[in-house]
Design a protein around this ligand. Structure first.
Ligand code: NI
Length: 158
């Protein structure tokens, strides 16, 4: 495993649409391991492959329940809303208020390319939406309500 460099807001790689993963090659396995290591090293709750410069539909998330790896994730259903401060490892030390669904049902593939569904609420639902946005080339800063502000403790960054 190795740490990868996290790309910062303004890097054009963060505005590209990522490609689907067809199979988990050794290269994809290494990418996943490196993304987990990089995410934990940065105290993040989520990381998307384009944030380490790879335009593939791979995300890693850990909201405190252990690592969740999602390949080719898709939202199947969503309902409710939640509005809270949201941050991103590509814009460290900052956050902004973003409204997201409070509940999502998502489908993805795991690191063995087995399909699974996940029913997520609150922070996990937020993280899944945030990471899928990255795969479409979008940053949370596009959806912020009000100003982006400085955060003292680097709270929940994705
Ligand atoms: Ni992010």
């Amino acid at each position: 495993m190795a740490l990868r460099t996290i790309r910062m807001l303004g890097d054009p790689v963060l505005n590209k649409v990522c490609r689907e993963v067809k199979e988990v090659t050794p290269k994809i396995s290494t990418l996943i391991s490196d993304m987990l290591e990089t995410m934990y090293d940065a105290n993040g709750v989520g990381l998307a492959a384009p944030q380490v410069g790879v335009l593939k539909r791979v995300v890693t998330i850990d909201v405190g329940d252990g690592p969740l790896i999602m390949i080719n994730p898709q939202i199947l259903a969503s309902d409710g809303t939640q509005t809270a401060g949201e941050g991103c490892l590509s814009l460290p030390g900052k956050a902004g208020q973003v409204t997201r669904p409070n509940h999502v049902v998502a489908r993805a593939y795991n690191e063995q390319m087995q399909e699974f569904e996940i029913d997520a609420t609150e922070l996990l639902a937020r993280a899944i939406c945030h990471e899928i946005d990255h795969l479409e080339g979008h940053m949370y800063t596009e959806f912020v309500e009000g100003d982006i502000y400085e955060v003292e403790d680097e709270g929940e960054e994705e």
